[in-house]
Write a protein that binds this ligand. Sequence first.
Ligand code: ATP
Ligand code: LTN
Length: 339
Amino acid sequence: MTSSNTQTPDNPKKIIFSAIQPSGTITLGNYLGALQNWITLQDDYRCIFALADLHTITVRQDPPKFRRNVLEAYALLLSCGIDLEKSIFFIQSHVHTHAELAWILNCYTQFGELSRMTQFKDKSLRHADNINVGLFAYPSLMAADILLYQADLVPVGADQKQHLELARDIASRFNGAYSPTFTIPDPYIPKTGARIMSLQDPLKKMSKSDDNANAYLSLLDSPDDIVRKLKRAVTDSDGSVAYADGKDGINNLMRIYSCITGRSFEQIETDFSGKGYGDFKAAVAEALIEHLRPIQERFHMLVQDKAYLESCYSKCAQDALHLSGRTLKKVMKKIGFVL
Ligand code: ATP
Ligand code: LTN
């Protein structure tokens, strides 16, 4: 049986583009909110994924740490299940068309539009000593990423929706000024798009750039780290394992446990009725440790094989350049560049 997205001559597979910044160790939030969906989408869509390292330098990076973060994130995403037989997975800075189209799109994006972006406002407050032009123009680079591949769908978390809307506006404006050039991308907000919250402040999202390492679970945390961080996770004084308003800490742990084990909230409530938070936290830790074990094993093997990693990202960069080069050429021709 073929699903509606299976490729046939008159029904080419839809194109998906998404990217993640290699700005630190990938968290459980990134995994459950984004990466797990990327992995499942690979069967039904033509998927193109990237590590958005050009975006990462909008915040100052320590060079050796940055280099390590990029290579580790590449190995980790492969370990999570990005399959290069099905998908392209490249490093953004290896494909020069991104910076080139971003410059062009800057000239089709208004100052006022970029000024309204909430991420720019938030990051300007957090990095008040370095409000650089790249931070401001971040969304036009993101638009270039997406539009270069004529993506139909872009899986992103809610925090990126505003940027995607801007990408749609820029694409429509360009198409209107010349002739249809770019596919207008739709956001793809996955059903299981769990929003995983900080373990220390369950009203704040779990983030890899949190100063407090106890607030997030990294995919590379050791079993001891996982047990310790979960033991310290903030809960409430009610004591019953139940999903309810005001129990943000427990709700978050239930969401994590449910995503990992596939058990519904009702099933979890039944399994843990009469048991305390200590037992529940131990069960969440156990489930996570088992889930992450094969990913971590693959990661530790892959990350040492620099030659293999290089062969993967070089081949993918070539494929990405081939696809994106066609769009860039079309754009330049329409604008009137001498080619
Ligand atoms: P940073 O801390 O550097 O801002 P981040 O951890 O918030 O990074 P991003 O690199 O901005 O993560 O996001 C990568 C993807 O992961 C996005 O699609 C985003 O929506 C998703 N994501 C990030 N944090 C969470 C979370 N806590 N729960 C669910 N999804 C998340
Ligand atoms: N801004 C995104 C990462 C990103 C992206 C993209 C996501 C860069 N380019 C293109 C989707 C499509 C983030 O911080 N999560």
